[in-house]
Each structure stands twice: as structure tokens, then as C-alpha cells.
Design a protein around this ligand. Sequence first.
Ligand SMILES: [Zn+2]
Ligand SMILES: [Zn+2]
Length: 296
Amino acid sequence: MKLQKVILYYGFTPLADPEAIHRWQRTLCEHLGLKGRILLSTHGINGTLGGDMSALKKYVRQTKQYPGFRHIDFKWSDGVGSEFSRLRIRVRDEIVSFGAPGELKVDENGVIGGGIHLEPRQVHELVASRGDDVVFFDARNSFEAKIGRFKNAIVPGVQNTRDFVHELESGKYDQLKDRPIVTYCTGGIRCEVLTSVMKNRGFSEVYQIKGGIVRYGERYGDRGLWEGSLYLFDDRMHHEFSTEAKVIGTCERCDAPTSQYYNCANLACRKLILLCASCEQENLSKNCTEAHADFR
Ligand SMILES: [Zn+2]
Ligand SMILES: [Zn+2]
């Protein structure tokens, strides 16, 4: 088998006819034998694809031919070829589901009114100059942060991205409205929307890490402000930046350290469950407990 890779990318740009982009992208991906997921809306594109490195390179070159996609930052990682079982391309109201499609404004330069983008190096400069005043704010679902997060970060209690608007309007974070806030997520896309949602609600000094945890980890590995594993939304499930990565997650049954999520073996549930290797060996359906009740 040829060298397998995975790409992760997004671009916020006005798309007058996302259905036409859909047809073009489908033909392109099928022709190149790529699998994965692409979401399109009038605000842009959000994708993660796996396949042969040579095919992915062709995909990137072709996709950049479209003027609005010329500046997209494609993030590459190693794959094994089985990350995705099929190709799914969809046109939706939003490319990240915040439940606020009418609020987001984009132009050729991306999201209008979002947070200031910081390179990983600039994140450290901000912390050096502002010290403990700087707040790291996790822009992901809370379960992702269980296995990895920035040190001392605030992890909002959200099950999915749709909960953020309500969470921010709850008043819980009002004392942060005048502090420097650095949001972060896997590759940066969720921060693009979250920072604009935050600024619209009175958070005055909002930054986002350019390229997300992926780019930060490439630069600083486990020797910076990040701690633990990065949760991934494909069959790999998690990624460590080095052999020095700390294991900060704990098994939901026995509290042993682990970074491995599994789908609940109860087919009617399938909720993600964080387990150590030995608890995973036992009958997994036993693990479908009260904590999964909301999924039953
Ligand atoms: Zn265990
Ligand atoms: Zn369950």
C-alpha cells in the first residue's frame, strides 16, 4: 500500500453556490479515491480526508484552484488508510454547528469580527507579558479535554458545539469579559466561530491559536503549555505529540490512567466511554451505566 496520510482543513469564504462546489468536490474525491468528510455552507468548507499521499497532494492542488480556497492551511498527519470507511460530502447551514448560522459573517478574508489569530510563539509571548491574567478557554466538547488540554484551561461544560451559545449567556464566565482569553480547538475551525460568538457577547480581548492544538503541538510538543493527548474524530481516536506525553485521562470504571475512548458496546447507546485496556477487555456492555442514560 502507498504511503497513507490524513489532511484536516477549513476555509471561511463566501460560497454563493455550495451545491456546485459539492458536485465538483465529489467528482474530485471519487476520482482520487479519497475517503472522509466534507461540510459545505454559504460560509465555506470544512474537511478531513484520508488516502494516498500522492492523491491527497493532487486534491490540495486542485482545491486551491478555487480562488476562495487559495489560502487554506492544510494540516497533514500520518494515516494507516482505514481512518474513514466512506466519503461523505454535505451541504449544511453551518460548517461548524453552533446553531447560529445567522450570526456568523464572512468575507474573502475569513470570519468577520473573530478573535485575533496568534501563532504558537505569540501565545507564549502573550503569557510572558500578561502572566496569570491570560485565560485558556477550551473550544471543544468537554469529553475531548478529559484526555488533553492546556494547563489550567477553562473547560466549558458542553456536550457539543451547539451548547456554547447558551453556556456563554449563562453568566458563568462574565468575570472573564475583560481578561485576555485564548481559545483553542483541534485545528482552529471551532475557534473561528466561537471567538466571534464571544465578542458579540461582550468578551473584549479574545485570541485564538492559529492552526489550533495541531500546529501548537507541532511547534512545542509536550514541552510547552499543552498537556496530554489530542482527541481525534476518526478511527485513530487520539494523538500524542511525543513519547513524553502525559496521560491525564482516567478510566471511567477503575480510575486507571488512559487516553483511549471506545464506543459503548450497547448498540443502542454507542456513547463514547473512556476505559483502560483491562476494563476494555471485559464485557463492554456492562459499561453502559447511568452515565449513559441520556442516550438511551
Ligand atoms: Zn479501568
Ligand atoms: Zn452506553
